[in-house]
Design a protein around this ligand. Sequence first.
Ligand code: ADP
Ligand code: MG
Length: 625
Amino acid sequence: MSFLSLLARNRLALAGLIVMALVVLLALVTPLLPLADPDVTNTGNRFLKPFSEGALLGTDHLGRDLLSRLLWGTRLSLAVGFAAAVIAAVLGAAVGIIAGYYGGRVDNLIMRGVDMLMAFPYILLALAIVAALGPGLLNALIAVAAVNIPFFARNIRGITVGIAHKEFVDAAKLAGMGDARIIVSEVLPNVIPVIVIAMSTTVGWMILETAGLSFLGLGSQPPQADLGSMLGEARSALITNPHTSVVPGVMILIIVMAINLLGDGVRDALDPRLRSGALTRPMAATTVRRKGPVPEPEGENVLNLRGLETQFHVKDRIYRAVGGVSWGVKPGECLGIIGESGSGKSVTALSVMGLVASPPGMITGGAVHYKGEDLVGAPYERLRSLRGREVAYIFQDPLATLHPLYKVGDQLVEAIRVHHHVSDKEARAKALGLLKDVRIPNAESRLENYPHEMSGGMRQRVGIAMALANDPEVIIADEPTTALDVTVQAQILSLLDTLRREKGLAIVFITHDFGVVAQLCDRVAVMYAGRIVEEGPTQMVLDAPAHPYTRRLIACVPELGEGKRELHAIPGLPPAVNDLPPGCAFAPRCDKATEACRQGEIALEAHGPRKLRCLFPETELEAAQ
Ligand code: ADP
Ligand code: MG
């Protein structure tokens, strides 16, 4: 989506944009308008009221036409404010990028200078600069720009330090690029959005500051009008002839309001995370808006989902990420959940413990029974006491889930002490035991490691150890091996398998790789567009996939030593879950689909131990039980 259409979605920002565009347009065409000369005095016509003849907004204490002065003044104020913003942004960003990129002594020298500037109160510094340079609009501009440079320098330096250590900058250095070129082509494009955002939020301030200096008589000099000096001159007639101060005052208000609204909108439109609500603080547990009856638990499953529906409500669109999913796991059992990226696996997993971010997520139907207790809509305190203690998660990227600044030992101790009141010593002993459980060599010394000192496989072992910290009954592993290489993946899988047998754990293993499912899982559920399309014992599904989607997923897995075979990617893309087709969601990509597939709901039906949601199965099915 383009930047403008994103901006337009925010109504206030759009209003700001329109108002600002009008004001700027007005300022641009001012010289062409048939206005009275703004500086010609006519004391005979002092203080004419607005709507007088020949003076639409009235006149000031010297009989000058206020409308004309307002438009010329706005033109000047805008020009000075924007110029100051651009100068401050360019110089501040340059200083910040150089300090952040080179680091070390250069950084120290520059930033201490910046700190010195920042040590003075803002407006005092501006006054001091104008006092030294002498009053005048140009000097006011210089002063306003100068006092804002530290703000930009600090912000941009912070961003640059982060970018200067990124891999793509290292790659550019290895490719033999010079510093100047790296700064221009690698660093700059990454800081420009930040510069634009900082500018859009400070332009309003700078216009106000320039107006402030002019108000004090240090900016524009008579007879030249800018908004600040107009206010200053009207001060003495504030009570007797309020219109002389209201006119420039309202204009300042309009401009600054419009710029600030626009600035907020620009920031949101440039930052996709803000838009999706990721940086708004989610609630402690997913919102529940459940209509319809609550299903009963079934069988001897420890964890049992029935008809679970989770949606994301973003503006007026509804994403049905999980559309009625049912599955269960017994103690000691491993259930695989497989499907392409975006099929709703993670959202299903997170819904179990109410971990889907709300807003925009909400659970709109179904039930999640843990040992017979419905967790959907359970009080937050109850969920919290179960999270990690009874149902634990392992995520894909352990580097992102481990805190970079704490030693892994301390993080394990913390995980243990969330749920158990034990002494530090006991917790430490337990942490050591956990690291040994997950087969980390030299466990004692590893406790003292920071996450970045470990390899990917080691880190994921720590992730598993944390999940095991409170002896949970169920572990939900969301693509835990996707970021690892094949040998490490095999080690992690066999580790999980052993742990499951030793501790009788129920494991829900999410993956997009049928090879992994074959190694580890007793049963597998295939998800497509938020629903299960086929479920059954792993071997049965692997040997004879019944759903065309399952067959094609399996056909994507290469096998060693099977000779030459073409690997077929599945053509097309999964459907967007805010706009699902009626009938089978896979029909548009399926080579067997007929009209019947595109009409009406297709049920998930049991055929022996297998369940299937398809009208034209790929294989002979057992009779329904
Ligand atoms: P995966 O199967 O790859 O784990 P997910 O469960 O993460 O897929 O996502 C399922 C669907 O949910 C995606 O197609 C996406 O459209 C939708 N979704 C996930 N998070 C959000 C969100 N914050 N806002 C809107 N839609 C979302
Ligand atoms: Mg996922």
